[in-house]
Design a protein around this ligand. Structure first.
Ligand SMILES: NC(=O)c1ccc[n+]([C@@H]2O[C@H](COP(=O)([O-])OP(=O)(O)OC[C@H]3O[C@@H](n4cnc5c(N)ncnc54)[C@H](OP(=O)(O)O)[C@@H]3O)[C@@H](O)[C@H]2O)c1
Length: 359
């Protein structure tokens, strides 16, 4: 496989740090540029991010002395140094939209973890096992932007990453209603227990904007390309409640679901077991071998025990049983900063690379 030079925009942040650790030994991608705000630009990565390093593995040696570039002022220069960039920045939505478009227009593709462009109709929002075909909309996006190489592709929010994979293979039974309550880790807010001690022995029943994302994003992921846009799916009806819980990493969801044609429990378990997507077929480097793992034990999956399954890229399910008001209920879990954030971004980039979108 060809090697690609890449940049990380927002390299000093929580998601950016995760990108740095995942890309340190990546077989296809070599980190050439680290960029952040003007506050960090000009410093080495170690100077700017060493004291706020939140990963459990150390900062990659080869990146410690790299000089951070200015994500906004150095766009042209960065675009000339890399084949594409990952982007995860904490800025206003309009600023992020403009920044990502400026990179795309400088012919630097952007694989984004930000939410700003998730509902731009010609920007694909991809879970690689579920809707890899949505990357074909990039042709229309390039026409709109007037670019040859440049484009923006985004990954979905971390909250939907546990239950949408489990629901996807069941869509053939006509999913009608989904109720999901998510129990979300504090790393999803860019925090750990040192920086957010108020979360020890606590639960906060509100995460700004999360319920809207959790209800709307699955419909785009299950949407269809029609002309120059991705049109959202009309069903199922989805309702959610999203809670912040005192867990470091790993978002859990308790899910209730109804169908037009109710499948048997055995059919559901078989579909989960057999679910393979394009990443598994192409053997992409970050793809889990088994995407959905089902636990028979009543007390699994557990965030602490099971979030790291297959490098944090697999999804775990458990407690599938019939319900009195819906057809079935079950629990699922995914690692929010691996599969749900940087790992999902790297897998999307691997898909785009394998399909020639960075050439
Ligand atoms: N599922 C997902 O995909 C997922 C999961 C979690 C988070 N996110 C998203 O990822 C993004 C980053 O989250 P995070 O938790 O990593 O945030 P964070 O830890 O606060 O890091 C923010 C990053 O943005 C940079 N930044 C801030 N202002 C900037 C500016 N004006 N120009 C350029 N860079 C700027 C910061 O650089 P300095 O250090 O120089 O200030 C830092 O690198 C957010 O949009 C968040 O919503 C996505």
């Amino acid at each position: 496989m060809k090697q690609y030079n890449v940049g990380i925009i927002g390299a000093t942040g929580m998601v950016g740090q995760r990108f740095a650790t995942l890309l340190a030994d990546h077989p296809w991608f070599k980190v050439k540029v680290l960029a952040a705000s003007p506050r960090s630009a000009g410093q080495t990565y170690e100077q700017a991010a060493g004291s706020r390093w939140k990963m459990t593995v150390p900062m990659p040696e080869a990146m410690k002395d790299m000089i951070l570039m200015d994500a906004s002022a150095d766009i042209e220069k960065i675009a000339s140094m890399v084949d594409f960039c990952f982007c995860a920045v904490d800025m206003k939505k309009d600023e992020i939209k403009a920044l990502e478009e400026a990179y795309a227009k400088a012919e630097c593709p952007i694989v984004s973890n930000n939410s700003a462009h998730r509902f731009t109709p010609d920007v694909p929002m991809v879970v690689p096992e579920i809707n890899p075909d949505h990357i074909e909309i990039i042709k229309a996006q390039r026409e709109r932007l007037g670019t040859k190489r440049g484009f923006i592709a985004v990954k979905s929010n971390c909250s939907i990453q546990s239950y949408v994979p489990a629901l996807h293979p069941l869509r053939k039974f006509g999913l009608t209603k989904v109720l999901a309550c998510t129990y979300q880790a504090i790393s999803g807010a860019g925090k750990n227990f040192e920086t957010w001690p108020e979360m020890v022995d606590n639960l906060i029943p509100y995460i700004g904007g999360e319920e809207e994302k959790s209800e709307q994003e699955p419909l785009k992921v299950w949407g269809e390309i029609k002309g120059n846009e991705i049109v959202k799916a009309q069903s199922p009806q989805i309702t959610t409640q999203c809670l912040r819980v005192p867990v470091s990493d790993g978002h859990t969801a308790a899910v209730f679901v109804s169908f037009e044609n109710k499948p048997s429990k055995e059919e559901i378990l078989q579909l989960w077991k057999d679910f393979k997507g394009v990443p598994q077929e192409l053997e992409l480097p970050s793809a889990p071998k088994q995407f959905i793992h089902y636990f028979e034990e009543n007390d699994r999956p557990q965030a602490k025990l099971d979030r790291g399954l297959e490098g944090g890229m697999a999804v775990s399910t458990g407690r599938l049983r019939e319900d009195t008001q819906y057809d079935y209920k079950f629990v699922c879990l995914s690692h929010n900063t691996l599969r749900g954030a940087a790992g999902g971004g790297v897998l999307l980039a691997e898909l785009l690379a394998a399909k020639g979108y960075f050439d």
